[in-house]
Design a binder for this molecule. Structure first.
Ligand code: GDD
Ligand code: MG
Length: 350
């Protein structure tokens, strides 16, 4: 079985973090996000994974390199201009046939792909769309189904007046190869706005596989922070971490008078000084220095972040190579001040 991962978007909603790192490479528990997606597919016996890349593909291809440590074979399909979600799959058309999966490259989920495939076959579907319940469907594609799980309506990014269900498109599809024939080559084309509504209009068998297993789209700073917290609190079967765990790399040093409350994950070469308080969930990337008396609560620090004396960070994300001044007090913000020179915008609300 093969799967296409859509990784071509610019990640604008994740700014300012994506000024310096593409969305797929943003670290989650100190590993690039895309690695979780690849491993998830590979754990469901998907033997060949096609990464449909567009915006800044090099950091992703460089990271995986030959990828000999993965069970699945990786293939790269790069777009010279953004082709949209369906256009990207058409562009990778030479690598897929028969029945295959497509997954948005910014979702983390425990959806049982094997069970979804059984459902797809039993229903005789041409397309199966995984569905998940959310509180605010206006950010997503709302999917209505009948009592045979057949999709009857698809509304992308509806207004609240158009919301008739809390079940949304989870960004995981199973497609029959013939669907590719409906997608024009080299043109911008979307599953959500073009392919699915067209199939429904023609009465083709499109089914919705609803599940309430763990699912999140990490495409905003708020959701990205939530994903890290959820994983540290043991909400996904894919990460073995419990709410009280404190895991500090052996090559980091923690002053005996620092106070750590789990869950905490700390990478190598960090220094945690006297009187520092880390109140989990907290993730600290490699090479960070936290100076005397600083307090970090429910936050994510990427690599080589410095936090000055008695600074307080709460619900923050700090991108790599940033320094938080002594006594600063910051809450609910994504910080990437180094991006300022390139872009003017430095902060986004979490
Ligand atoms: N290769 C490629 N080319 N990938 C793309 C392109 C493109 O032109 N445009 C978007 N993508 C990728 C993004 O990188 C992302 O991984 C995925 O397609 C979805 O794009 P988003 O921009 O994150 O879409 P969304 O979150 O607003 O909405 C989509 O996902 C929701 C679930 O998270 C839609 O599919 C909604 O219907 C769905 O509910
Ligand atoms: Mg998204």
């Amino acid at each position: 079985m093969k799967a296409v991962i859509l990784v071509g978007g610019e990640g604008t909603r994740l700014r300012p973090l994506t000024y310096s790192t593409v969305k797929a490479m943003v670290p989650v528990l100190n590993k690039p996000f895309i690695e979780y997606v690849v491993r998830y597919l590979s754990n469901h016996s998907i033997g060949e994974i096609i990464l449909a890349l567009g915006y800044k593909p090099d950091s992703i291809t460089d990271y995986f390199g030959g990828a000999s440590q993965l069970d699945a074979k990786l293939v790269y399909s790069v777009e010279s201009i953004p082709l949209g979600t369906a256009g990207a799959v058409k562009n990778a058309g030479q690598y897929v046939n028969d029945t295959f999966f497509v997954i948005n490259g910014d979702i983390f989920t425990d959806i049982d792909l094997t069970d979804m495939l059984d459902f797809h076959k039993n229903k005789g579907a041409k397309v199966t769309i995984a569905l998940t319940p959310v509180d605010d469907p206006t950010q997503f594609g709302v999917v209505e189904t009948n009592n045979q799980q057949r999709v009857t309506r698809f509304v992308e990014k509806p207004s609240w007046e158009q919301v008739t269900s809390n079940l949304i498109n989870a960004g995981v599809y199973i497609l029959e190869g013939e669907i590719l024939e409906r997608i024009p080559q080299g043109k911008h084309f979307m599953f959500e706005r073009d392919v699915f509504p067209q199939l429904l209009a023609e009465g083709e068998p499109v089914f919705g596989y609803a599940t309430d297993t763990y699912w999140i789209d990490m495409g905003t700073p708020e959701k990205y922070l939530q994903l890290n917290r959820d994983l540290l609190c043991g909400k996904s079967a894919q990460v073995a971490f419990q709410a009280g765990d404190i895991r500090v790399d052996k090559q980091s040093s923690v002053h005996p008078r620092a106070e750590l409350t789990g869950p905490i994950l700390m990478d190598r070469d960090c220094t945690i000084s006297k009187g520092v308080q880390l109140k989990g969930p907290v993730v600290i990337g490699s090479g960070c220095n936290i100076h005397d008396g600083a307090i970090i609560e429910s936050s994510i620090l990427w690599r080589k972040v410095g936090v000055g004396e008695h600074a307080v960070l709460k619900d923050c994300i700090v991108a790599s190579d940033n320094y938080i001044e002594n006594n600063a007090c910051i809450e609910g913000t994504a910080i990437n001040a180094l991006a300022k020179r390139q872009s003017q915008s430095t902060q986004g609300q979490v």
